[in-house]
Design a protein around this ligand. Structure first.
Ligand code: CUA
Length: 362
C-alpha cells in the first residue's frame, strides 16, 4: 500500500471521529438539558435521576457512533453508476476488531448494571424508623391504610405523608393487576392480587403529587388517579389525630344515620361522612372518585355529586349506588363498582343514602 492511499484511507476516519465527538457533545448536552421528569419529591428521586443522567452520557455516544458509521458508509460506499454488477472485494472478517467490539460493550454493560444494582440496593434499604402504609388498589380507586397499634387502621383516599419520614408501602390489589406509581417519587410497583408488593421512599419536598395507575386494569384505568400530599410533621400528626377521633358528632345527625337503640355488635353509630370519604375497608370509598363539598372530596373521576344529585330523592340515590349502570351521567363511563349491595351492610347503605340526600339531594 503506497503512502498516498494510506493517507486517503485515514482521512475519513479522522473526519468521522471529529463529527462523532461534536454530535455526541451536542446530544449529551441536549439530553441533560431536557426536563425528563417531574420535580424530585423523594430522596430516591435524586439517585434515580443521577442514574438516568449517567445512562444518557454513556448511551448518546454509542448511538452517535453507530449512526455516524452507518451514514458515512452509505455516503462513501454506495453503488456508483456502472458498478451494479461488481461484487466488491472479498472480506473475511477481522478477528481483532470483533473481539474489541464485543469486549467494550460487555464491559460498559456490566459496569452500568453494577452501578444500577448498587444504587437500587441503597434506595430499597429498610430504615429503622420507617412508617408502614398499606396501599390498596381496586377498580378504579386508590385507598391508603395507616395501621394503628392495637386498633383499626386509619383509612384515607388521599395519601398523606409527613416530610422526611421514611415510608414503606405495602401494595395490595383487591381485584386485578394495578401499578402504584407516584412519578415525583420515581418508584413504581405492580399491585398483584393475592400477594403484597412493596417499595420505600422518603418524601423530601412539601407538595401535592399525582398518584397514577400504571398497569392497564380495565375501562377506568386512565382515570384511576389519586394524590399524594407531603405535609409537615405537625400537619400530619394533626390530621392523624382527627382521623382517629371516634365516629360521631360530625355526621351522626344525618337522618337514618343513627341505628335503632339497642343495636349491638356493630359500631355504635355509622359515621356516614367517614364512610363516604374512606369506604369501610371492603367497599370503595365514594370520595375516591366523586366530588362532594360536605365531605371535602374533590376527585373528578366520577360525576360531581353536588351537581348530579341536586333535587334527587333517596330512591334515586339508592338506585345509583346499587345499579350504577342504569343511568350514566353524560361524559362519564360505566366504571363505578357494581358490588355495593354486598360490600355495604344494609345499615351502611341506609346511612349513606340518607347522608347524600341530606347534603346533596333535594
Ligand atoms: Cu388500575 Cu390501571
Amino acid at each position: 500500500m503506497s503512502e498516498e492511499t494510506r493517507r486517503q484511507e485515514r482521512t475519513p476516519v479522522v473526519q468521522m471521529v471529529v463529527v462523532g465527538v461534536i454530535a455526541s457533545a451536542i446530544g449529551i448536552a441536549v439530553g441533560l438539558a431536557i426536563e425528563w421528569f417531574p420535580q424530585q419529591g423523594s430522596t430516591q428521586a435524586k439517585t434515580i435521576d443521577n442514574l438516568w443522567d449517567l445512562l444518557i452520557i454513556v448511551s448518546v455516544p454509542v448511538f452517535v457512533l453507530v449512526t455516524v458509521v452507518v451514514l458515512f458508509s452509505v455516503w462513501k460506499f454506495h453503488v456508483r453508476p456502472g458498478e451494479e454488477l461488481l461484487d466488491g472485494p472479498p472480506i473475511h472478517g477481522n478477528t481483532r476488531l470483533e473481539v474489541i467490539w464485543t469486549a467494550i460493550p460487555a464491559v460498559v454493560l456490566v459496569a452500568l448494571c453494577s452501578w444500577a444494582y448498587i444504587e437500587l440496593r441503597k434506595i430499597e434499604e429498610a430504615q429503622a424508623n420507617e412508617m408502614r402504609i398499606d396501599v390498596v388498589a381496586q377498580q378504579f380507586a386508590w385507598s391508603y391504610e395507616y395501621p394503628q397499634a392495637g386498633g383499626k387502621p386509619v383509612r384515607s383516599t388521599v395519601l398523606y405523608l409527613p416530610i422526611d419520614q421514611p415510608v414503606r408501602f405495602n401494595v395490595k390489589a383487591r381485584d386485578v393487576l394495578h401499578d402504584f406509581w407516584v412519578p415525583a417519587f420515581r418508584m413504581k410497583v405492580d399491585a398483584v392480587p393475592g400477594i403484597s408488593t412493596r417499595y420505600r421512599i422518603t418524601p423530601r419536598q412539601l407538595g401535592t403529587y399525582p398518584v397514577v395507575c400504571a398497569e392497564l386494569c380495565g375501562l377506568g384505568h386512565s382515570v384511576m388517579r389519586s394524590r399524594a400530599q407531603v405535609v409537615s410533621r405537625e400537619a400530619f400528626d394533626a390530621w392523624m389525630e382527627k382521623q382517629k377521633a371516634p365516629a360521631g358528632a360530625a355526621a351522626g345527625d344525618a337522618e337514618g344515620a343513627k341505628p335503632e337503640a339497642g343495636a349491638k355488635g356493630e359500631e355504635a353509630a355509622i359515621d356516614a361522612t367517614k364512610l363516604y370519604a374512606e369506604g369501610n375497608g371492603t367497599a370503595t370509598a365514594c370520595g375516591a372518585c366523586h366530588t362532594l363539598a360536605d365531605a371535602g372530596t374533590s376527585s373528578q373521576t366520577g360525576p360531581d355529586l353536588d351537581k348530579v344529585l341536586k333535587g334527587k330523592d333517596a330512591a334515586f340515590i339508592r338506585e345509583s349506588i346499587l345499579k350504577p349502570s342504569a343511568e350514566i351521567a353524560e361524559g362519564f363511563q360505566d366504571i363505578m363498582p357494581k358490588d355495593y349491595e354486598t360490600t355495604l351492610s344494609p345499615k351502611e347503605l341506609d346511612a349513606l343514602v340518607a347522608y347524600l340526600e341530606k347534603v346533596a339531594g333535594k
